[in-house]
Design a protein around this ligand. Structure first.
Ligand code: URA
Length: 412
């Protein structure tokens, strides 16, 4: 394999063979291909794209760069959901235990938040003691006991993707449908799934700004999944206002607990059921029952206990992570809420410290927003638009100014 030739051929828009892509990825994972060549390759892919066969080869090569989940014979259906990320998207915390209650195994390997979108791992770590660092063997042992595990990518899980994603992050090559497909699907396929549902977001609070782009990404991910023998379904969801009423790590866990107890915001419950229905193998009515009768909430407790947390801490999260300043943003005029710009809310949450600008940054579990108004709701002058949870008065003022821009109210 002559790497400069592969890069040049891709730059000219040629299709590479599965063998060439496999060799390139395996050599990169072993450190035999340097970052500068791989970034040139990623940029060539960014501009020229890849054929479905090339994307499948890239996905397989990244998946095979590490270990995959191995289950005992006669295991129940193994299923998962992946969201391309949004603001206030805490669906995983509800869906994973819910679908486990329906008799499936859910080995959910998630990521951290980066930029304006939050990450499931950061939310889970808002639960004191919750350990997201599990080996694949420990994860499978936990599945046998509780049917659900929520963890981070280990060093032996798709290491080629881990390396390439970090490189893409600093070389302007993240927003490529081919590279996003291979990155996401390699990790999901390494979970050795029977069924997968994808929640592909579009709008000002998402990776993909337009529905057409989201559709193209969904088509690409479905094609790769099917090629590799997994039943993949996708739901396209707008991300123009935050999902639910809370944004920020501990605040989103609290809202997830409400939803797991049969309450919570209507949009969050609906989207969770829409996605769960595609993979759970039981009816929507059965899933609703599992939320309303406390089964899903009890399963979440089991999950927390299995991974080192204390379920008794869950009702106390608001106290455990109490921001020094918790104050309302007040509407100056009444009318109907016509916009809660998710992208701006995400940026405000990031500035408050709920998210990270660089992969190595930490996050503040306490800060963010809750009690957000939703589009279409009536509001009167003097009523709260949301509450801000801030570390300092300066942070509060900054977030308040951003929320005033994010929320638009039209007179009746
Ligand atoms: N999430 C991933 O894991 N990879 C991407 O490329 C984009 C989002």
């Amino acid at each position: 394999m002559h790497v400069p030739t592969l890069i040049s051929r891709k730059r000219e828009g040629e299709e590479l063979s599965a063998r060439e892509i496999g060799l390139l990825v395996a050599s990169y994972a072993k450190g035999e291909v340097p970052d500068y060549q791989m970034s040139a390759f990623a940029m060539a892919v960014f501009f020229k794209g890849m054929t479905p066969a090339e994307i499948a080869a890239l996905t397989r090569a990244m998946m095979e760069s590490g270990d995959c989940f191995v289950y005992p014979p006669d295991h129940p259906p193994v299923v998962d959901k992946h969201s391309t990320g949004g603001i206030g998207d805490k669906v995983s915390l509800i869906l994973a235990p819910l679908v486990a209650c329906a008799g499936c195994w859910v080995p959910m390997v998630s990521g951290r938040g980066l930029g304006i979108t939050g990450g499931t791992l950061d939310k889970l770590e808002a639960i004191p003691g919750f350990n997201i660092h599990l080996s694949l063997a420990a994860a499978v042992a936990q599945l046998q006991k509780t049917g659900v595990v929520m963890m981070g990518q280990t060093d032996r899980f798709c290491p080629a993707d881990k390396k390439l994603y970090a490189l893409r992050d600093v070389t302007g090559t993240v927003p490529s449908i081919a590279l996003i497909t291979a990155s996401i699907m390699s990790k999901k396929l390494a979970e050795t799934l029977d069924r997968l549902v994808l929640d592909v977001k579009y709008g000002n609070g998402a990776f993909m700004q337009t529905r057409a782009d989201a559709e193209a990404l969904a088509v690409s991910m479905i094609a790769v999944g099917r090629e590799m023998g997994v039943t993949v379904d996708a739901v396209l969801n707008p991300m123009n206002e935050p999902l639910g009423r809370a944004v920020g790590n501990s605040l989103e866990v609290i809202e997830s607990l409400e939803t797991l107890e049969g309450g919570g915001p209507a949009d969050l419950r609906e989207i969770t059921l829409d996605l769960a229905e595609k993979i759970a193998g039981v009816s929507r009515a059965d899933l609703e029952k599992l939320l309303d009768d406390g089964s899903a909430r009890r399963r979440f407790n089991q999950l927390v206990a299995a991974q080192g947390g204390d379920p008794a801490d869950l009702p106390r999260l608001a106290e455990i992570h109490k921001a020094p300043i918790i104050r309302e943003v007040i509407a100056s005029a009444g009318g109907v809420v016509v916009q809660v710009n998710a992208g701006l809310v995400g940026q405000a949450a990031l500035q408050l410290g709920a998210g990270r600008a660089r992969a190595t940054d930490g996050v503040d579990f306490a800060v963010g927003f809750d009690q957000f108004v939703k589009c279409g709701e009536p509001i009167h002058a003097g009523q709260a638009v949301c509450r801000i949870h801030a570390r300092t008065a300066v942070d509060f003022d900054m977030a308040e100014a951003m929320i005033e821009k994010a929320v638009k109210i039209s007179a009746h």
